[in-house]
Design a binder for this molecule. Structure first.
Ligand code: ATP
Ligand code: MG
Length: 552
């Protein structure tokens, strides 16, 4: 492991890194920072929670001087929450250097952003829709941009964002450094990336399994109508510090958050139909621990870094394996351990196996928590709260009554009653959810499939039935003859050509993923509902219609 001092960074940046508490560089930082400092284009892949933000952030800020008054760097993210978070980290990294950075995202008052832009930030962190809005208003000019980063690159280069990204990149000088980062790089992203990158260096620190190693992964087979009960029991049994529960649709998230609240849990929902103020408020509450359970659509799947998240629960399975990797990656970050649970309805078992194959990780089957386990979990928490109260002291006001009661009643009876009172039994509240259809691995491919160019039958679905793979081998070796994701990728990672000759990418996994079924079916993540590329005006047209809700 390298220390940051070994990269030859300027003292003010080093000081900021120390202030952040980073002692050693993570593997992706160790590999990516020296290459990025040379100005080379780069594709960086490393597991969730391993410090990719600083891996591109540190070199990016090293190139900028305080006196510069133009926008020199642009970081794009797929969601507003991620833009805000990345902007915060960049802000921390530039603290001593005194650079100016600004987050630009939909849903926030544009006037406020324009005022921010007047302060001449050198670094913009934004979501594509609002960025285009500013470009059209001429409040943002990209003529001087030297560095572009696409965080969550595979998501950004997917259909829904592609058009915007292309429009934006057209306005950035050719002479620039472009970097793509993500935990997942479906192989065909490589091919697509050729459009934007020049001789990219590939930096991948993905070991055999793509998901982060510190996450304990389990699933429970449970019929749709029993899921809510299962969720209550699971939360009781596991008593997470902080948990994120992923639901498939906005409606589902609303219903789940409401149901959990009804049963006395401290929960709230996050999805793209909420106002930005509501979204900000929910994130703030989750970050400061005033709610324990964040229920969210895939809007929270990528990049979010909230310390203390011990559990991720897929109440509904995600549509695609990448989403699974990112969702569960909200826990097990920065060297901490985490637990991921997934509910799988009987008809979705195939889909689970697909996720196992693609992630090359076997997910442990666990039984539905019993009522007894749930109660035991709840009691344990109550006992912990009680003991914490004892430790904290300051109970003098209660001692008089306690002594009186103990004179009249049995101590075990008394304590049991107090525990019962503290535990509460609001769990009996009836909660009915609108049923969701089981998820199906969508056929990937189709005429709009810019990533694969393959016939639909070559899709995911085709492989599921066709290759008959085991749960671990599919991704690597059992595809249709091409080299594997892992093999192909790593084998080529230090190639400086970034050519499209990597058979593995195009004939393997990536060839299968299309956006036809994929994004089109994820509207409830708040994305394509907001993101209607065809109906939006081009960048050259007059001021666009309201874009506030465009970026999820
Ligand atoms: N060198 C380091 N030492 C200790 N902690 C670090 C280091 N680098 C980053 N971190 C911390 O690790 C956490 C995860 O970092 P980050 O959000 O950049 O991960 P990521 O790789 O981008 O994950 P994701 O794929 O989910 O976006 C953050 O809290 C960050 O502050
Ligand atoms: Mg990240």
């Amino acid at each position: 492991m390298k220390t940051f001092a070994e990269f030859g960074l300027e003292p003010k940046v080093l000081q900021a890194i120390t202030e952040l508490g980073f002692e050693e560089a993570t593997p992706i930082q160790e590999q990516a920072i020296p290459i990025a400092l040379t100005g080379a284009d780069m594709i960086g892949q490393a597991q969730t929670g391993t410090g990719k933000t600083a891996a591109f952030g540190i070199p990016l800020i090293s190139k900028i001087a305080r006196e510069d008054e133009k926008i020199l760097a642009l970081i794009m993210t797929p969601t507003r929450e991620l833009a805000i978070q990345v902007a915060e980290e960049i802000g921390k990294l530039t603290r001593f250097k005194g650079l100016r950075s600004l987050a630009i995202y939909g849903g926030q008052d544009i006037g406020r952003q324009i005022r921010g832009l007047k302060k001449k930030p050198q670094i913009i962190i934004g979501t594509p829709g609002r960025l285009l809005d500013h470009i059209n208003r001429k409040t943002i000019r990209l003529d001087d941009v030297q560095t572009i980063v696409l965080d969550e690159a595979d998501e950004m280069l997917d259909m829904g964002f592609m058009e915007d990204i292309q429009s934006i990149l057209k306005l950035v000088p050719e002479e620039r450094q472009t970097m793509l980062f993500s935990a997942t790089m479906p192989p065909n992203i490589q091919r697509l990336a050729q459009q934007f990158l020049k001789n990219p260096q590939h930096v991948s620190v993905i070991p055999k399994q793509i998901s982060a190693p510190l996450i304990d992964q389990a699933y429970i087979e449970v019929p749709e109508r029993q899921k809510f009960e299962a969720l209550s029991r699971l939360i009781d049994m596991e008593s997470p510090d902080l948990a994120i529960v992923f639901g498939r649709t906005k409606r589902r998230v609303d219903e789940l958050a409401e149901g959990l609240q009804k049963r006395g849990y401290s929960a709230d929902g996050l999805h793209g139909d909420l106002s930005q103020n509501q979204r900000d408020a929910v994130m703030r509450k989750f970050r400061d621990g005033s709610i324990d359970v964040l229920v969210a659509t895939d809007v929270a799947a990528r990049g979010l870094d909230v310390s203390g998240v011990t559990h991720v629960i897929n109440f509904d399975l995600p549509q695609d394996p990448e989403s699974y990797v990112h969702r569960i990656g909200r826990t097990g970050r920065a060297g901490k351990e985490g637990t991921a649970w997934s509910f799988v309805t009987p008809r979705e078992m195939d889909h689970l196996h697909l996720i196992e194959r693609v992630t090359r990780h076997r997910i442990t089957r666990k039984p539905l928590p019993t009522m007894a386990e749930a109660i035991e979990g709840k009691q344990r928490i109550t006992a912990e709260r009680l003991l914490a109260m004892v430790e904290a002291g300051e109970l003098n006001e209660y001692k008089g009554i306690a002594i009186q009661l103990l004179e009249q009643y049995d101590s075990v009876q008394l304590l049991s009653a107090a525990m019962k009172l503290l535990t509460g039994d609001s769990k009996d509240a009836q909660v009915e959810l609108t049923p969701e259809d089981p998820i199906r691995a969508k056929r990937r491919g189709g005429k709009n499939d810019i990533r694969s160019g393959r016939k639909p039958s070559g899709g995911y679905g085709g492989n599921r039935t066709g290759s008959g793979t085991g749960s671990s081998g599919g991704y690597r070796g059992n595809r249709d003859g091409g080299s594997s994701y892992g093999g192909g990728y790593k084998g080529n990672r230090d190639s400086s050509t970034g050519s499209s000759t990597r058979g593995g990418y195009s004939s393997g996994y990536g060839g299968n993923s299309s956006s036809g079924g994929y994004k089109g079916n994820r509207d409830d993540a708040g994305r394509s509902a907001d993101r209607k590329p065809q109906s939006r005006p081009s960048t050259t047209s007059a001021r666009p219609a309201k874009r506030e809700d465009y970026d999820i």
